[in-house]
Design a protein. Structure first.
Length: 194
């Protein structure tokens, strides 16, 4: 039984010129370039099977980008008919060929907040008027919230971050690795003028 006919793709001469411009740009990503090739070959009448073999891609990849282009073609043609500039059309083509947002929760803490918590962990607790000789995850979490670094963070999250449990954390545990404090109270310092 023959496979179903692929969705036909049409490119106007102006769209082909814009494809050439995108392909020549220095900052076009490899993903966009590959997707441009898929759409161009589809517009040249090649089947998904032929494109798959020519570009060494998975059939689903070719099918996905052929379908995405077909679904957006009317929008692109309307923009062209309304007199959109080449710059606007290029942006639209790039948007059509861009990855869709992926599922998953966004990062809870910004990289800046995590860096500030790490810096806080290297400060002497006494500099925050705390009667501690070393930070605990609970006290670090409280101090980070008190200073406004984060609105809320659990001691467990602080501990995981500083012990290297997350992908954003360093591979070495920071709480256990912080060398003895010097006379100036700075983490890892061995005295004045370090």
């Amino acid at each position: 039984m023959p496979s179903p006919r692929p969705v036909p793709i049409q490119l106007t001469p102006h769209q082909r010129t814009l494809f050439d411009q995108l392909a020549r740009r220095e900052h076009s990503s490899q993903q966009v370039l590959r997707r441009l090739q898929i759409v161009r070959l589809a517009a040249d009448g090649q089947t998904n099977h032929e494109i798959t073999h020519q570009l060494h891609l998975h059939r689903e990849t070719v099918r996905t980008w052929r379908q995405r282009w077909a679904e957006a073609a009317d929008c692109l043609e309307a923009a062209e008919a309304e007199g959109a500039t080449d710059t606007q059309l290029l942006r639209l083509i790039e948007a059509i060929l861009a990855d869709e947002p992926r599922p998953g929760a966004p990062a809870t803490f910004s990289p800046e907040a995590l860096a500030q918590i790490m810096a806080l962990a290297c400060e002497a607790p006494q500099s925050s008027s705390l009667p501690l000789s070393q930070w605990t995850p609970q006290e670090l979490a409280k101090e980070a919230m008190r200073r406004g670094i984060v609105e809320s963070i659990s001691p467990r999250s602080v501990g995981r971050f500083l012990k290297g449990g997350g992908s954003q954390a360093p591979s070495e545990p920071l709480l256990a690795q912080c060398p003895p404090r010097g006379s100036d109270g700075v983490c890892g310092a061995s005295g004045p003028g370090v």
